[in-house]
Design a protein. Structure first.
Lengths: 753, 472, 215
C-alpha cells in the first residue's frame, strides 16, 4: 500500500510539473514522463511488480530533474507556480510556522471577505527555564488552494478595510504585524470603501503605523499587494513574483486589446519577462530585503523544512526591525545584525517597543522608502544647482522654523489678542455709527452708486478693443485652447437626456471653458488651461524641471515612445511641480499631465511629487495635487513604478503629520495606482465635473468580476455619492473654489501666510 | 447705396421677418427665410414665397438653434444675417460667429463686441457713470452673497424714497427661474432678509443655482426710449427721437407706445418735460459715441415722478416699436424706415445725413394687438383667428403675419402677438382720435376651444388706454 | 368589463407600426447602405448603452452625427435619392416597419382600461417638481392622484400655469408624454388606475404577457 501511495505522489509531482511548464517541451520532462509512465503501466499490468528500490531511484530522478528544471524556470512559469492550487497558502503557514493561532472574523465562506484572512498567532520561545509566547498579528490574503469563494486572494475593498482595522488593533496592543501577500490584485469594485480609496487609506496608515511590520510576498499583484505591503522588512519567496500588473494585463495593454479579446501566450510570457517581476529582480532593485529560497519548483504544503526556514526568517526579520530601534540591549542587537537566519531562533528579544523606539521605527521605515528607486530616474539638474538647491532647502527650513515655530507662536498669541480687541471695537462702532451713517447717506444721496467709492476697475469701463485678433481672448480666460480656432460644431454627450443644442467649438472651448452651457457637461480641457487660469502659472516658479523619466527596465520599444512623449509635450516627465500664488495664497502645486504617457506615474514622477511635498513642508505652504489625468502606474517601469505608491504616500503622510494642507483635484480620468495611494489618501479630494475616478477601467472590471459595468460607473458624481471624493467643482469656478478651500480648510493652524 | 449684391438670411419670424423682407426688396437685396413646422402657414412664410419664391424658404427645427441658421445660410449662399428681435438679436456669440466663420457673413446689427459690452448691465452702467449719466440701481447680475444683497436692497429703497415714492417695493427673484415662479415682492428693508433667504433656497432646490436678482418694481415711473442710429465704424450717430412705452402688461410687456416721449406743450407736467427729453437724447448720443456704437439701438430710461431720468439699459438691436419713431421722423423732409436704414448701414452704407437733417413731425401711436385676457393677468389665449380686418387710411400702417383671407391658428410656441398698428396724427388730439377710430373700425374675431366667447384680445384695453397717453 | 380577446385580435390584425425616420435637423445626409428588407434594431444592452442600427449620417456645421434606428424592425424604404444632399429639418429619410412588442401592446390595450386624463389644450406639459421627483425616484406606480390635486404645469407661449387633476382617485399607471413634447388637445397625458381595479389591470397585463408572441 505504501508503494501505491508513493506512486500516486510521483504522479502528482508529474502533473504539477506539467502544469507549471505548460506546453513547453523539455528532455527532462519527457524522460520523467517516460519512466513514470512505464512504471505505472507495469504496476497496472501486474500489481506489485515495481520494487521499492526502483521507486526510490525514480524518486531520486524526480528530485534531480526538479532541481534541474528549477534553474530553467521563466518568469511566466513562476507566475504559474504561485497561482497553482498546490502552492502553499496562508492557512498552511499559520498551521506550520506559528505555534498557535486563532483566526479572527471568518469561517470559510462566512466572512466579510474570505480572501483576506486575519489571525492572532504566537511563537513559543524558550528563554532559559521559561517558555515565552511572542504575540503577532497575522494579516494576509488567503487563496485557500483554489476554493472558489476565496476569489484567488483578490481582496475586496472591505477586506482591505478589515486588514487596516487589525493593523490598528496591533498598534494598540503593541505587537508586531506579519503580512502575507498572496494576491493577483485587488478586486476592482467601487462600492464603499472603494478599491482604490481603501488601499490608499491602508498605505496612509501603514506609512506611520507604530508597530514593526514584516511582509512576506509570494504573489504581489500591484495595488492589491500594496494594501498590506508597506513594511519595515520585506521578505520575498524565491518563486514568487511582485509586479505592477499581471502579465495578462500588460499583454492586453501592449497588444491594444479591447473587450473579450485574449492576448497570445507568447506575448504574455514576453511581458512577464520584460516586467522583471521575479524575486531576484526585486532584490536587485532594492524593493525587497531578502529572498527566501524555496524548494525546487516552489513550496507546497508538504515542504515542512521550508516552513521552518520561513519561521526562522520571520523571527530574524522581526528581531532586526526591533533591535534597530531599541536603545538598549546593544549586545543582542549586534548579535542579530551579525547572525545568519539559522541562528535566529537562539536570540530572543521582546517585540514590544517604547514610544520613542516606535518613533525611530517609523522614521526609519519612511527613510528606507525615501531612498528607493534612485536608479530608475534621471536627474538632469547639474551638480552645482543640486548643491545650491540643497542649501536653499536648509535655509527655507530654518526660516520657516524661526518664523512659524519660534516666533510664530508668540505672534499667534498676539494676533489672537488683537483680533479679540478688534472685534470688540467693531461691535461698538457698528452700534453707534450705523444709524448715523444711514441718515447721512439719506441726506447726501446723489447717485445711487455714489456711496460705493471709485471702482478700482475703472479702466475696464472702456469698450473692449475692436476686432483686432488680440481680442479673441475677449473672454475672461487668460488662456484658451488652440483647438478653439476651428469653425465646427460638436454634440454634447448628454444630448439624449438633456436635449443640448450642438455647440460651436470656438464658443465652447473659448468662452464656455469647455462646459456645455445647457447641461454642464465638461468636455476635456488641456492642462495648460488650468495652469494659466487657475494656478497662475505665468508667475510661478517651477522646480525640478530636469528630473527625467527613463526606461529603467529597458522595456522593448519604450525608449522610442518615451522620446515621442517628451517631444510632443515638451515635458521630461508627466509631473510638473511649481510654487505659485493663488489669490495671494502661496502654495506648492504638483500636476500630473495626461498627455505625457497618459499621466502615468513612474520613478521620476514619484520623486518629483515627493520633493514637491517636502518643499511644501519646508516652506509651510499648502500642497495641491492637480491630476489632469492619470492612467495609473507606468507599467513599463515595473516595480520601479509600483514602489512610488508607498513612497509618495509616505511623503504625503509626513507632510500632513507636520501640519500641512493637502488638496487633490481630479480632472478627466484618474485611475489605478496613484488614486489608490498618494491621491486617494488626501482628506480633501475634489473633482472637476464630468471627470472619472476609479480603480480599474470598465473593461478590467467586467473581466475580473464578470459583472456588467453600467455606463458612467466612474463618474465624479457617483464617486461623490460613494464617498470617495468630497466635492465636485465646475471648471469655470475652479479657481474660486480652490481659493475658498484654501481659506476654509487652511485657516490659522495651517502653514500658509 | 449698398456696394455688393447681398443675400440676407432672415433669422426670425412673424412681423419683424416680414418687415425685413420688405426692406430687402426696397434695397434690392435677395433674402432667405426660415420656418419651423408650426409656422408653415404663417404670414411671413407666405410673404417670403410671394416675394422670393418657394426656394427661399427653408424648414428648420427651431429658430433658437443657431446651427440650423448657419447650415441654411451655407446651403442658400447667404452673405448677411438679420437676427430681428428676440432669439439671437442680442447674443454677441451669435454675432461673433457670423463674422468668424470660415465663410464669414455680415451681421445686421451692432458689432459683436458692442453687443457684448453694452449687453452687460454692469459694464453699461460703468460707461454711463464715466460720462456722468445717472443710472438705475439694481442687482444687474445674480447675487449670491447676503451682504451684497442687503446692500443692493438698501440702495433700492433709498432710491425710491429719494424719488418721492412712499411705499417702495423691491422684487426678489430667482435668476434661473421664470414663468412667475420664485418671485416675491418686499415692501420694507426689514422684511428683505427673510424673503431673500427664502428665494435663494427655493432657487437652489428647484433650479440648482442659488443666484437671485434684486430689482425695483416700477410703479410710478415712466418708461422712455431713445432711438439711436449709427453707421459702421462707429463714427456717425444720430437719434430718431424719443418714445414713451409706459403702458405695459403685467409681465412687463409693452402694449402701446407713443412718440415723442412727452407732449410738453399740451400736457401740464410737474417738471420740465422738454428738458428731460433733451437730456436723455443728449446722454444717449454721448454714450453711443463713447461706445463707438455702430448700428441701430435703443437707450431705455425711466423718468421718476420728480422728472429725473435714469438709464436702465441699452438694447443693442432693432425693437418692435421702431416704427412709431419712424412715423414722426423726416430725413430731408422724406419719410424714413428704420429697418431699411439698419440693413443699409450694416452692409457698409454711409449715413448720408446729420442730426440737423432730421425733423420730427406730429405724434405717433403704436398698438400691439395681442390675443390675451387683459382681465386675467394678461393670460395668452390660444385658438384660431377667424376674421381680421381694418379700414385703410393714409395715416395708418398695420404690420401683421395673420392672413386676412382665411382662418389662422395662433402658434403656441411664441408670443401671441397678432399685429402692430401705427397711427399718425398732426398732434396729440388728432392721433388719439385717429387711434380710437382705428380700434373701432377694427374687426377681430376668433375662437378658442371652438367657442368664440372664449377668445380674448386686448383691443378694449388698448382703447381704454388711448385716452391717457403721455400723461404722467 | 373589457373584452381583452377582442382587443387583442384587433391588434393582431395589424401588428405593425410604421416608423418614419425624419431628419432631426438640417444637414447633408449620407445613408449607411441599408436596403428595404434589412433588419434593424433599436437601443440595446443592459443599460440601453448600445445605440441602434446605423441608418445614416447627417452632417451639419461639420458635425457628422449618426442617425440610428429607434426600434427593432424591418426597413421598408430608404430615400436614397437624397444621398449627399442638403435636407431640411423634418424631411423623411426612411421608414421602418416595427412589430409591436409585448410592452407596447399592453400599453395600447391598457388605454382602454385605464382612466385617461387628457390634455385640456395643445401645450407642453410637465409634472410639478414634487411629483416629478417621486416618479423619477420611486417609479410610476408610486404616485397617487386625487381630484383637485395640482399635478402638472402647462407651458405655452412662454407662460406656465398649474393644472389640477380631475377624475377618479388612483395611482398613475402610465405616462403618455415626454419631456418637452407638444401634446395636442385631447391627447391622453396619463393613465390612472383606480385602486379597486388594480387586479383587473394586472390580469390584463398577465393575459397579454402570455398571449402575445414577440417577433
Amino acid at each position: 500500500m505504501d508503494l501505491e501511495r508513493r506512486l500516486r505522489d510521483l504522479k502528482d509531482r508529474m502533473t504539477y510539473i506539467r502544469d507549471i511548464f505548460g506546453t513547453r517541451e523539455d528532455d527532462s520532462i519527457r524522460l520523467l514522463e517516460a519512466r513514470l509512465g512505464e512504471a505505472l503501466e507495469r504496476e497496472a499490468r501486474t500489481p506489485g511488480s515495481v520494487s521499492a528500490e526502483e521507486l526510490a531511484r525514480l524518486d531520486d530522478l524526480f528530485s534531480f530533474s526538479e532541481r534541474k528544471l528549477d534553474t530553467m524556470l521563466t518568469p511566466m512559469d513562476r507566475v504559474r507556480i504561485v497561482r497553482h492550487p498546490q502552492r502553499i497558502c496562508l492557512k498552511d503557514i499559520l498551521e506550520n510556522v506559528y505555534d498557535n493561532y486563532t483566526e479572527i472574523g471568518g469561517r470559510g465562506e462566512f466572512n466579510i471577505d474570505p480572501s483576506m484572512c486575519i489571525a492572532r498567532a504566537y511563537f513559543s520561545r524558550r528563554v532559559g527555564e521559561k517558555v515565552v509566547r511572542q504575540m503577532i498579528m497575522v494579516i494576509g490574503h488567503e487563496k485557500g488552494h483554489g476554493e472558489a469563494y476565496r476569489n484567488g486572494g483578490s481582496a475586496k475593498p472591505w477586506g482591505n478595510a478589515k486588514a487596516l482595522h487589525y493593523m490598528k488593533v496591533a498598534e494598540t496592543e503593541n505587537i508586531p504585524v506579519h503580512t502575507f501577500i498572496f494576491t493577483p490584485g485587488a478586486y476592482p469594485v467601487e462600492d464603499w470603501p472603494g478599491a482604490a480609496q481603501q488601499i490608499a487609506r491602508n498605505l496612509y496608515e501603514m506609512a506611520a503605523l507604530r508597530v514593526p511590520v514584516i511582509s512576506v510576498c509570494s504573489e504581489g499583484g500591484s495595488g492589491g499587494a500594496e494594501a498590506i505591503g508597506l513594511a519595515d522588512r520585506r521578505i520575498m519567496l524565491s518563486h514568487g513574483y511582485y509586479s505592477v500588473i499581471s502579465p495578462e494585463g500588460a499583454a492586453a495593454i501592449e497588444g491594444g486589446l479591447r473587450g473579450g479579446e485574449r492576448a497570445t501566450p507568447e506575448l504574455i510570457a514576453r511581458c512577464a519577462t520584460r516586467l522583471r517581476i521575479t524575486a531576484d529582480d526585486n532584490l536587485q532593485n532594492g524593493y525587497v530585503d531578502r529572498v527566501l529560497r524555496e524548494p525546487p519548483l516552489g513550496a507546497r504544503p508538504h515542504h515542512y523544512e521550508f516552513f521552518r526556514e520561513l519561521r526562522r526568517e520571520l523571527i530574524q526579520a522581526t528581531n532586526e526591525a526591533v533591535s534597530e530601534v531599541k536603545s538598549m540591549k546593544l549586545f543582542r542587537a549586534m548579535a542579530v545584525r551579525a547572525s545568519r537566519t539559522d541562528e535566529a531562533e537562539s536570540i530572543f528579544m521582546r517585540w514590544n517597543l517604547s514610544p520613542s523606539a516606535l518613533n525611530r521605527l517609523v522614521e526609519l521605515r519612511q527613510r528606507k522608502y525615501r531612498a528607493m528607486s534612485r536608479h530608475a530616474r534621471l536627474d538632469g539638474t547639474g551638480l552645482f544647482s543640486r548643491a545650491a538647491a540643497g542649501a536653499r532647502g536648509t535655509v527655507d527650513a530654518v526660516h520657516s522654523y524661526l518664523r512659524y515655530d519660534l516666533l510664530g507662536r508668540q505672534k499667534k498669541r498676539l494676533d489672537a489678542m488683537f483680533e479679540e480687541l478688534g472685534a470688540e471695537a467693531h461691535l461698538v462702532r457698528h452700534k453707534l455709527l450705523m444709524p448715523l451713517k444711514r441718515s447721512m447717506d439719506k441726506v447726501l444721496v446723489s447717485g445711487p452708486e455714489g456711496r460705493r467709492g471709485v471702482d478700482p476697475h475703472e479702466e475696464l469701463t472702456r469698450l473692449s478693443c475692436p476686432e483686432d485678433g488680440a481680442c479673441l481672448s475677449g473672454s475672461q480666460w487668460a488662456w484658451i485652447s488652440p483647438r478653439s480656432q476651428e469653425d465646427r460644431t460638436v454634440s454634447c454627450p448628454n444630448v439624449r437626456t438633456h436635449h443640448c443644442p450642438d455647440l460651436w467649438v470656438p464658443d465652447l472651448l473659448g468662452d464656455f471653458a469647455g462646459v456645455c452651457p445647457n447641461c454642464g457637461h465638461h468636455f476635456p480641457m488641456e492642462y495648460r488651461w488650468y495652469l494659466e487660469n487657475v494656478f497662475n502659472y505665468r508667475e510661478s516658479r517651477e522646480f525640478n524641471r530636469d528630473l527625467e523619466s527613463i526606461n529603467p527596465l529597458n522595456y522593448e520599444q519604450f525608449d522610442l515612445k518615451l522620446d515621442k512623449a517628451k517631444e510632443a509635450t515638451g515635458l521630461k516627465s508627466a509631473c510638473l511641480t511649481f510654487e505659485t500664488t493663488i489669490e495671494s495664497v502661496e502654495a506648492v502645486v504638483a500636476v500630473l499631465c495626461a498627455p505625457f504617457r497618459g499621466g502615468s506615474v513612474g520613478a521620476a514622477e514619484g520623486e518629483k511629487f515627493i520633493r514637491a511635498a517636502e518643499r511644501a513642508g519646508r516652506k509651510r505652504q499648502p500642497f495641491i495635487a492637480y491630476v489632469h489625468g492619470t492612467a495609473g502606474i507606468r507599467i513599463q517601469e515595473g516595480v520601479n513604478g509600483v514602489i512610488q505608491m508607498p513612497r509618495c504616500t509616505i511623503a504625503v503622510r509626513r507632510y500632513i503629520d507636520a501640519g500641512g494642507l493637502y488638496l487633490v483635484l481630479y480632472d478627466t480620468n484618474s485611475y489605478a495606482g496613484p488614486v489608490a495611494s498618494f491621491l486617494g489618501c488626501s482628506p480633501y479630494q475634489f473633482a472637476v465635473r464630468s471627470s472619472n475616478i476609479g480603480f480599474a477601467g470598465p473593461g478590467v472590471i467586467a473581466e475580473t468580476t464578470g459583472l456588467p459595468v453600467p455606463p458612467n460607473y466612474h463618474r465624479a458624481d457617483h464617486a461623490l455619492s460613494r464617498g470617495h471624493i468630497h466635492g465636485i467643482w465646475d471648471r469655470r469656478e475652479a479657481k474660486k473654489n480652490l481659493h475658498q478651500a484654501l481659506l476654509t480648510m487652511g485657516g490659522r493652524n495651517l502653514y500658509y501666510r | 447705396m449698398v456696394p455688393d449684391r447681398h443675400k440676407v438670411l432672415i433669422a426670425n419670424r412673424g412681423e419683424i421677418a416680414m418687415r425685413v423682407m420688405r426692406a430687402c426688396r426696397e434695397l434690392d437685396l435677395d433674402f432667405v427665410a426660415v420656418c419651423t413646422e408650426a409656422d408653415r402657414e404663417s404670414g411671413h412664410i407666405r410673404l417670403a414665397r410671394e416675394l422670393a419664391g418657394d426656394g427661399a424658404v427653408y424648414r428648420i427645427v427651431s429658430y433658437l438653434d443657431a446651427n440650423e441658421l448657419f447650415a441654411v445660410a451655407d446651403a442658400a449662399g447667404a452673405t448677411a444675417v438679420h437676427p430681428g428681435y428676440g432669439f439671437f438679436a442680442e447674443d454677441f456669440r451669435f454675432a461673433r460667429r457670423v463674422v468668424r466663420r470660415d465663410r464669414p457673413m455680415e451681421f445686421i446689427g451692432p458689432s459683436w463686441w458692442v453687443i457684448r459690452d453694452l449687453g452687460d448691465k454692469i459694464n453699461t452702467k460703468r460707461i454711463a457713470r464715466s460720462l456722468g449719466v445717472p443710472t438705475v440701481p439694481g442687482s444687474d447680475r445674480p447675487v449670491y452673497s447676503e451682504l451684497e444683497a442687503e446692500e443692493i436692497a438698501a440702495n433700492l429703497f433709498d432710491f425710491q424714497a429719494a424719488q418721492g415714492i412712499v411705499d417702495g417695493v423691491v422684487m426678489v427673484k430667482a435668476s434661473a427661474g421664470g414663468g412667475g415662479m420664485g418671485i416675491e415682492e418686499v415692501g420694507s428693508f426689514e422684511a428683505f432678509r427673510s424673503v431673500f433667504r427664502r428665494i435663494r433656497n427655493y432657487a437652489k432646490r428647484n433650479f440648482g443655482d442659488e443666484g437671485v436678482l434684486i430689482e425695483q418694481r416700477i410703479f410710478d415711473f415712466n418708461h422712455l426710449e431713445v432711438q439711436v442710429v449709427a453707421e459702421r465704424g462707429g463714427k456717425a450717430q444720430v437719434h430718431f427721437g424719443t418714445r414713451n412705452c409706459s403702458i405695459q402688461s403685467t409681465g412687463k410687456q409693452k402694449r402701446l407706445e407713443v412718440a415723442p416721449g412727452f407732449a410738453p406743450d399740451v400736457i401740464p407736467y410737474t417738471f420740465d418735460a422738454s428738458g428731460v427729453l433733451d437730456a436723455i437724447t443728449r446722454h444717449s448720443l454721448a454714450m453711443a459715441k463713447e461706445a463707438g456704437y455702430d448700428n441701430v439701438g435703443t437707450w431705455e430710461w425711466i423718468v421718476t415722478p420728480r422728472g429725473e431720468p435714469f438709464l436702465m439699459e441699452v438694447n443693442t438691436r432693432i425693437q418692435v416699436e421702431n416704427g412709431v419713431s419712424a412715423v414722426i421722423s423726416r430725413v430731408h423732409d422724406r419719410p424714413v424706415d428704420i429697418v431699411s436704414e439698419q440693413i443699409r448701414l450694416a452692409l457698409g452704407g454711409r449715413l448720408g445725413y446729420s442730426q440737423d437733417d432730421i425733423r420730427f413731425e406730429g405724434v405717433g401711436i403704436e398698438y400691439r394687438i395681442v390675443a390675451e385676457n387683459t382681465d386675467n393677468r394678461f393670460t395668452p389665449c390660444t385658438g384660431t383667428i377667424t376674421r381680421f380686418a381694418w379700414r385703410p387710411h393714409d395715416w395708418l400702417t398695420v404690420h401683421t403675419q395673420v392672413p386676412q383671407d382665411r382662418a389662422y391658428e395662433i402658434p403656441m410656441e411664441y408670443d401671441p402677438n397678432l399685429a402692430l398698428a401705427l397711427v399718425w396724427g398732426r398732434d396729440l388730439a388728432e392721433v388719439r382720435e385717429r387711434g380710437l377710430r382705428f380700434l373701432d373700425e377694427l374687426v377681430l374675431e376668433g375662437e378658442s376651444g371652438g367657442r368664440s366667447e372664449a377668445f380674448y384680445s386686448n383691443v378694449k384695453y388698448l382703447r381704454d388706454q388711448t385716452g391717457g397717453i403721455l400723461e404722467f | 368589463m373589457l373584452n381583452i380577446k377582442e382587443l387583442l385580435d384587433e391588434v393582431k390584425a395589424s401588428p405593425y407600426r410604421e416608423i418614419v425616420v425624419a431628419a432631426p435637423h438640417t444637414g447633408v445626409v449620407e445613408f449607411a447602405g441599408l436596403k428595404p428588407g434589412d433588419q434593424v434594431h433599436g437601443r440595446r444592452g443592459e443599460f440601453k448603452e448600445k445605440p441602434g442600427t446605423l441608418l445614416a449620417h447627417l452632417t451639419r456645421e461639420r458635425n457628422r452625427k449618426p442617425i440610428t434606428a429607434p426600434e427593432k424592425g424591418e426597413v421598408e424604404s430608404v430615400r436614397t435619392e437624397l444621398e449627399g444632399q442638403f435636407v431640411e429639418a423634418g424631411e423623411p429619410l426612411a421608414t421602418i416597419r416595427h412589430f409591436l412588442t409585448r410592452k407596447e401592446v399592453i400599453e395600447r390595450i391598457l388605454q382602454e382600461a385605464l382612466f385617461l386624463f387628457r390634455a385640456p389644450e395643445r401645450a407642453k406639459y410637465y409634472f410639478v417638481p414634487e411629483v416629478d421627483q417621486k416618479l423619477k425616484v420611486s417609479g410610476k406606480r408610486s404616485v397617487k392622484v386625487s381630484e383637485g390635486m395640482e399635478l402638472m404645469i402647462v407651458s405655452r407661449m412662454k407662460r406656465e400655469t398649474p393644472l389640477a387633476y380631475s377624475g377618479p382617485e388612483g395611482i398613475i399607471h402610465s405616462v403618455y408624454f415626454g419631456r418637452g413634447d407638444n401634446v395636442d388637445e385631447g391627447a391622453p397625458l396619463i393613465g390612472v388606475c383606480p385602486e379597486d381595479q388594480l387586479t383587473v389591470i394586472q390580469d390584463v397585463v398577465a393575459r397579454i404577457q402570455s398571449e402575445w408572441e414577440e417577433a
